[in-house]
Design a protein around this ligand. Structure first.
Ligand SMILES: Cc1cc2nc3c(=O)[nH]c(=O)nc-3n(C[C@H](O)[C@H](O)[C@H](O)COP(=O)(O)OP(=O)(O)OC[C@H]3O[C@@H](n4cnc5c(N)ncnc54)[C@H](O)[C@@H]3O)c2cc1C
Length: 289
């Protein structure tokens, strides 16, 4: 199918882009185009006007005492390679490094991955366990939205018409004395590259010197209409050592609290088993020290 686009606006600042979106309510923003061009071609989205975000200066990372802010236009290859992200937020670095394959990672932006609002968006579970917040703006002003509250349904997010994601704020990870952080993102798909996740899991926990887990956070992709937190499983694990018995119990609770569906990529039963394997691997790593 032909792309319906007849006009591409190329604003030079965020203010100009927001004005353009306010003036053209049917226009869609475009960043890397790796999702949007496919959707325009197959008719899942329709727009005759696009607002290109490439010249807004939204790419790049800024560090402060409060953490790291990643511009919405930052591409996955830059996130995956950044030494600060790899050291402080390894789940996000691992997620960015597993999006599509290298040519996609050189185009795909963080803002686009989130705004597309897919339940399989790989950066979402990582950002949820890291406690990240989105900064979004429109001509009416700026607001912040926790990533955890951003996804409403497949393809639908908390963004209102005319709003843009400007950046993603990651809080400084806090480590108490004698604690180490364990953080991972893992996904399952039919092959290593160019796959949409059948299931993904991001986990973060602080581990005491005797192996006790604190502040456990688990988030999953592709097991519900939106990326989700596994709060009951987190609660079960917090304050305990992940020995073999607790790990078995955690897998049971996790399988009980998710509600995956059958779809073209995998049956629900397969997703339940895959979740169990990913959780067990994360807990094994946390226990290893
Ligand atoms: C071959 C292939 C493999 C892929 N593999 C993966 C994968 O493994 N994991 C994964 O998660 N995804 C994957 N994707 C999907 C896609 O690459 C990512 O979701 C990507 O991050 C989208 O970013 P983009 O910059 O290309 O967004 P675009 O396609 O430009 O935009 C996506 C949507 O977000 C909106 N948008 C973009 N930026 C903003 C913004 N700043 N504010 C508000 N709205 C905005 C657009 O209007 C559009 O609706 C794959 C895609 C392809 C084609």
């Amino acid at each position: 199918m032909d792309v319906p686009v007849r006009e591409v606006l190329r604003p030079g600042s965020v203010a100009e882009a927001l004005d353009a979106l306010a003036l053209h309510p049917d226009a869609l923003p475009i960043a890397g185009g790796t999702d949007l061009m496919v959707q325009l071609r197959n008719g899942r989205k329709n727009a005759t006007t696009l607002v290109d975000l490439d010249r807004l200066g939204l790419a790049g990372l800024q560090e402060s005492d409060e953490g790291i802010t990643i511009g919405a236009g930052t591409r996955m290859d830059a996130i995956a390679a950044d030494p600060r992200i790899r050291r402080l937020y390894p789940a996000l670095a691992e997620a960015a490094a597993q999006i599509g394959a290298w040519p996609i990672q050189c185009r795909a932006t963080l803002g686009g991955n989130l705004a597309n609002a897919s339940p399989a968006a790989d950066t979402a579970p990582a950002l949820i366990v890291e406690g990240a917040r989105l900064v979004v703006a429109s001509t009416a002003g700026t607001r912040q939205v926790p990533v955890e509250d951003f996804f409403l349904a497949p393809g639908r997010s908390a963004l209102t018409p005319g709003e843009l994601i400007i950046s993603v704020r990651l809080p400084s990870p806090e480590l108490g004395p004698g604690l180490r952080a364990v953080e991972r993102f893992v996904k399952v798909g039919p092959r290593r590259e160019q796959i949409i996740s059948i299931v993904s899991l991001a986990g973060r926990a602080l581990v005491g010197t005797d192996g006790t887990l604190f502040e456990v956070r688990l988030a999953l992709g592709s097991v519900a209409p939106t990326p989700v937190r596994a709060r009951r499983t987190e609660h079960l694990l917090t304050g305990r050592r992940p020995d073999a018995e607790l790990r078995r119990e955690a897998v049971r609770v996790l399988q009980d609290e998710i509600a995956p569906i059958d779809d073209v990529r995998a049956p629900a039963g397969y997703r339940r088993i895959a979740c169990a394997v990913l959780l067990d691997r994360f807990l094994e790593e946390a226990a290893r020290g």
